[in-house]
Design a protein around this ligand. Structure first.
Ligand code: NIG
Ligand code: FE
Length: 412
């Protein structure tokens, strides 16, 4: 076999940022180096001297600019119908997120729009969204259902997620979020019984399950019942916990072996200790706090000091955080949580991979890992954080190949 045919050398990289799988994970910055990609994976990073073009199928000059690992977004609800722009006025007038949901709006209005949309319509809108996200630097995703709340629509959403992964050649972890809200016209108990009864049917389509454990949604007792069954069926466990109110779901989720606990604004040190012992990843979503105008922040430094692996995610959804942009999330995380650029970038790459249990194969640009990387418009990765508000991703590479992102704005 001609190995040379497969090798690409990216030379003249001003700064290459790797994430080391240490405890805690740290960035390693190489200057003036080259990156060799073979079969879509990182082969090696070396000093940029004496590169022989004849050793490679292609040599690409990156002109002194910075290369970082692609972002991994481990919490999205990006397959949905309609939009929730009207809720911005309602919130400005004083309604809060949970009140809007209680009155049949919020998540339930997206459920109506998603049920009405055909699979093809959902696929087309989510594909445009995903292309935009890739152009902005995201190279692996988690996608939840949860806007169907019936068998047919929940499956439709998950099938769309599966098609996106195959068509756009990105990693997608799929999560069944039947326990997102109680649909209109159904008793809570009956709906939750339905979620439990049909859980095995989702084993084919989804890698994990999730639950919105919150006032007006599902209880800690529901979380325990769901997780015990889901665990037996071999699902990964994720949970929306302690977002608007303290319920105690975080501790129980960690105890039952959740791979991630997400949101955590109201989580206590006790909950964080539980996560640390269990090795549960904390997925933080500063875009939600920002978009909904909240002020309560998770105990981010207690999480860090306790050794809980941290990830950052968009939550990309039409209600609480309609953003496609992980760069914005990084900016918010440094400002709101007082994270260093290093801590934020580790969370947005390695942390996300860890939340998807894929940290061995992606999220770090270490030899053997998928060559999913971002060529920045600058030679210093810290510019991403410093000159906030600009798109610093020039090109996104998936398995070593540049993808052309969508340039026009996306509207639904
Ligand atoms: O992560 N909290 C519940 N679920 C989503 C929001 C979904 C929606 O509002 O449509 C969240 O914030
Ligand atoms: Fe969410």
């Amino acid at each position: 076999m001609n190995m040379k045919a497969k090798k690409i050398c990216f030379k003249n990289i001003g700064q290459l940022v790797q994430v080391q799988d240490t405890d805690p994970p740290r960035l390693k910055v190489y200057r003036n180096c080259a990156l060799v990609v073979s079969g879509g994976r990182v082969e090696k990073v070396f000093r940029d001297t004496g590169i022989r073009a004849s050793d490679y199928a292609r040599v690409v000059d990156l002109k002194g600019r910075a290369v970082i690992p692609g972002f991994i977004d481990p919490h999205t609800h990006m397959v949905y119908g309609g939009d929730r722009k009207a809720e911005m006025e309602m919130r400005a007038a004083g309604d809060d997120y949970l009140e809007i949901l209680k009155n049949g709006g919020g998540i339930l209005s997206t459920v109506n729009a998603t049920r009405k949309a055909s699979e093809e319509m959902l696929y087309r809108s989510a594909r445009e969204r995903m292309k935009r996200m890739i152009a902005l630097g995201t190279t692996a995703f988690e996608i939840k259902s949860g806007y169907g709340l019936d068998l047919e629509t929940e499956k439709k959403i998950l099938r769309v997620g599966r098609r996106l992964a195959a068509d756009l050649k990105v990693h997608v972890t799929l999560t069944y979020l039947g326990a997102h809200a109680v649909p209109e016209g159904v008793k809570k108990k009956d709906y939750f019984d339905f979620v439990l009864r049909y859980l095995p049917e989702f084993r084919e389509l989804a890698d994990g399950v999730d639950i919105f454990c919150e006032r007006g949604a599902f209880t800690v007792a529901d979380l325990k019942r769901l997780f015990l069954q889901a665990k037996l069926l071999g699902f990964q466990l994720r949970a929306h916990v302690e977002e608007f109110t303290l319920q105690g779901g975080c501790y129980e989720a960690a105890r039952l072996g959740a791979i991630s606990c997400d949101h955590l604004e109201h989580a206590r040190p006790h909950d964080i200790r539980g996560m640390a012992v269990a090795g549960t990843v904390g997925v933080l979503l500063p875009g939600v706090t920002h978009f909904l105008g909240g002020s309560k922040l998770p105990l981010v430094h207690t999480l860090l000091d306790s050794g809980v692996p941290l990830a950052l995610a968009t939550d990309c959804n039409p209600g609480s955080c309609p953003t496609y942009n992980m760069q914005t999330i990084l900016t918010l995380a440094t400002a709101m949580y007082r994270l260093t650029p290093e801590q934020a970038l580790v969370a947005a790459t390695y942390g996300g991979a860890r939340a998807l249990d894929r940290h061995r194969e992606m999220g770090g640009l270490r030899p053997g890992q998928r060559a999913d990387f971002l060529l920045l418009k600058t030679s210093d990765y810290r510019d991403l954080f410093y000159y906030f508000g600009e798109n610093f991703v020039d090109k996104t590479f998936l398995a070593g190949s540049a993808v052309s992102g969508r340039k026009e704005p996306v509207t639904d």
